[in-house]
Write a protein that binds this ligand. Structure first.
Ligand SMILES: Nc1ncnc2c1ncn2[C@@H]1O[C@H](COP(=O)(O)OP(=O)(O)OP(=O)(O)O)[C@@H](O)[C@H]1O
Length: 672
């Protein structure tokens, strides 16, 4: 049985702003893209089969978050339903006594115990509802927190290759809504349990009163249930269709309020332009909202008319039963009450089940992320890293970056070039090893493989003969400090930006200051308004911004503070002034004197003069290796010498004030 026969919503044509700014209907990875089709093609049975698992996941999350509150909610809902059933039976007793053939005084007196029963069950029902509401209120934020923590822990524990994988990325994107959906599911599940218990209570009472009444109750609720299902599905279909559009609208508004683009928005006067398109995109989705509201009103109107007809049928049947003497007046009165309360419960139940399904799609993504994250999880344990390490060797290492699987046709058409191909090189401990080569030659890739962030496709990286794949990865990382090209600028205090190099230990101010002095970051701190406590993020109160070169000094200080055996520095001086650059290279040289291994990636070839070993990479392959002198004085000029000559020529061409280039002078004398 299909819930709906129509297919998934067609691709949106896109608003004018969307076309102008984003080149047509947006190509973002839609977080619903994976399950929109599933939703629309899903039969009621598949849907019913899938839901218990997702409800169980939510219950497990709730159990983990706060089992006491979970018990409270369960017991509260059960008590509410039971009190409702007893209340109906008591009402029946009251009516039977009041309508019996006797004096009014006697009848009222006789009905008092049943009336007390109605009052007590009412009080119990109210208390149970209050307990359930309090429990749900306590559970909801905790479930969201537990689900978010699990999500974050799983994501933090996967390999870097998974984080860069397009499919996993899409899953991370959609699953991030799973935690808030799990929170809402707690409420919805409570609603389902509550309305189910209420419905069962009313249906039970009705069946006892007369078996023919139950189908009448169901008949009365069918139109309203149909309408609510239909409207919810229309809302959802519209949501799918317009999701990327709304996301783009939010992108525009957030761009206007973020600090990063703020200078350009002002200088280039982009504000009114963005506002104009924000309005354009909002108006397009407002039109969709109006269409939805009108269609929903229409459906409700039809449902109300059908409910009216069904109610008339039900009451006519009730009248028939009364007229034929099959049912007494008191039973008919109770039946009316039971039909009303059962009808309400059933409508709520259908609505809540519908909500449950909507939310469970998001929770399903969260569940899928948990499964996928386990597949890509960084292995725990392994061979201990040798204590007195003497050599790391890359043996015939070939490596491709994970491909973007978005367009397999494109991927097939263009055989991906490996980032590294058959690279064999040595990194002796306690030395300075430089990696040089042109842009894209594979230097950073070598450093990332060395740091255990990726594993080679073929070949191996051996730490004193042990394949790095077998090593305990956490231990391996504890030996490595890294200042990558795009090292993170933490939006924390200046002190924390250095101390985060050793996050597992308490902050040691003396070590922080030593590391800062080492990297020349002490001068940066002196100029900060609140010294070490200055928050290095402009968007917050007291936040302060520092220059790219100042950040770089902090990055180097952070790696120094980490005090790891192997320090990888990728373009450490790109943002430094000439004086600071000389200082940093001098400090790096001293590190090796102290026994630390430094793997230095740089384009400034003059700076690798003091390296013990230079590896030159060219298009992912090792072109040559040697010391600075060896590489410059090879009989046949290699890549290194070529690059070095080019850099040297740039400086020789530079004319200082009061000097004239030789060529210039020759030209002028010729002209004379
Ligand atoms: N995360 C990544 N995903 C896919 N390809 C990548 C990734 N990082 C680098 N590459 C590709 O791998 C190749 C080697 O890049 P790598 O960053 O190692 O070069 P590099 O020598 O460090 O360059 P540069 O001097 O510009 O920093 C390049 O072709 C690059 O496009």
């Amino acid at each position: 049985m299909k819930l709906r026969t129509t297919t998934a919503p067609a691709e949106p044509a896109g608003s004018e702003s969307e076309r102008l700014l984003f080149g047509g209907p947006l190509l973002y990875a839609a977080r619903w893209a994976d399950h929109d089709k599933a939703f629309f093609e899903m039969s009621l049975w598949t849907m019913a089969a899938k839901m218990p698992r997702l409800v169980a996941l939510t219950v497990r999350l709730a159990w983990r978050a706060d089992r006491r509150s979970l018990w409270t909610v369960g017991a509260g809902e059960l008590a509410r339903g039971i009190s409702q059933a007893i209340s109906l039976i008591a009402v029946n007793a009251v009516l039977a006594t009041v309508l019996a053939a006797d004096t009014i005084g006697y009848r009222v007196q006789a009905a008092i115990p049943a009336m007390i029963g109605v009052a007590i069950t009412g009080i119990i029902g109210a208390l149970a509802t209050a307990a359930s509401t309090t429990g749900t209120g306590r559970l909801e934020p905790k479930v969201e927190r537990v689900a978010t923590e699990m999500y974050l822990a799983r994501v933090a524990g996967v390999e870097l290759s998974a984080i860069e994988d397009a499919d996993f990325n899409r899953l991370m994107d959609s699953a991030q809504y799973g935690a808030s959906a799990a929170r809402r599911m707690v409420n919805v599940c409570t609603g389902v349990v509550g309305s189910l218990v209420s419905f069962v209570a009313a249906a039970g009472v009705l069946t006892v009163l007369h078996p023919a009444l139950l189908p009448l109750l169901i008949l009365m609720t069918v139109p309203r249930s149909w309408a609510s299902l239909r409207n919810a599905r229309a809302r959802y279909a519209s949501y799918l269709k317009w999701m990327q559009h709304s996301r783009a609208g939010r992108l525009l508004s957030s761009t206007l309020t973020r600090t990063g683009p703020a200078p350009e928005i002002r200088v280039h006067d982009v504000g009114p332009f963005l506002l104009h398109h924000f309005r354009g995109m909002s108006e397009a989705s407002e039109a969709e909202q109006s269409r939805l509201a009108a269609s929903s009103a229409r459906i409700r109107l039809i449902a109300s008319a059908l409910t009216g007809i069904a109610a008339a049928l039900a009451y006519a049947a009730l009248g028939g039963l009364l007229a034929t003497g099959v049912m007494s007046l008191s039973v008919a009165g109770t039946a009316v009450l039971a039909i009303r309360s059962g009808g309400q419960s059933l409508t709520t139940l259908v609505l809540q089940v519908n909500n449950l399904y909507e939310e469970s799609a998001y929770v399903g993504d969260l569940e899928r992320l948990f499964t996928e994250a386990t597949k890509y999880a960084i292995p725990t344990g392994g061979t201990p890293v040798p204590d007195d390490l003497s050599l790391i060797r890359f043996e015939n290492v070939t490596f491709h970056y994970p491909e973007d699987a978005d367009d397999p046709k494109e991927a097939d058409a263009k055989e991906q070039r490996p980032a590294l191909k058959g690279v064999t090189l040595d990194i002796p401990m306690g030395k300075i090893v430089a990696l040089v080569g042109e842009n894209g030659s594979g230097k950073t890739t070598v450093s990332k493989l060395l740091a255990g962030l990726y594993q080679p496709d073929s070949g191996s990286i051996r730490w004193d003969g042990v394949d790095a794949r077998a090593l305990d990865r956490r231990q391996l990382w504890s030996r490595i400090g890294m200042v990558s090209q795009d090292f993170h600028r933490w939006p924390f205090t200046c002190r924390m930006n250095i101390a985060i190099g050793r996050p597992g230990r308490p902050v040691d101010q003396a070590d922080v200051e030593e590391a800062a002095a080492y990297a020349g970051a002490d001068k940066v701190v002196q100029d900060l308004p609140r010294g070490w406590n200055t928050l290095l993020s402009k968007g917050y109160k007291g936040g302060h911004q520092i220059s790219g070169g100042q950040w770089q000094r902090l990055g180097i200080a952070r790696a120094r503070y980490r005090d790891a055996e192997i320090l990888i520095v990728d373009e450490p001086t790109s943002a430094l002034d000439a004086k600071a650059e000389l200082e940093v290279f001098e400090q790096i040289r001293k590190l090796a004197d102290g026994g630390q291994t430094v793997v230095l990636i740089t384009h400034r070839l003059a700076s690798v003069r003091h390296a013990d070993l230079i590896h030159v990479l060219d298009q992912g392959e090792l072109a040559e290796s040697g010391t600075f002198e060896e590489l410059l004085h090879k009989p046949a000029a290699g890549v290194f010498r070529e690059l070095y000559e080019m850099q040297r020529a740039q400086f020789q061409d530079t004319t200082l004030p009061g000097q004239r280039k030789a060529a210039d002078a020759a030209e002028r004398s010729n002209a004379r």
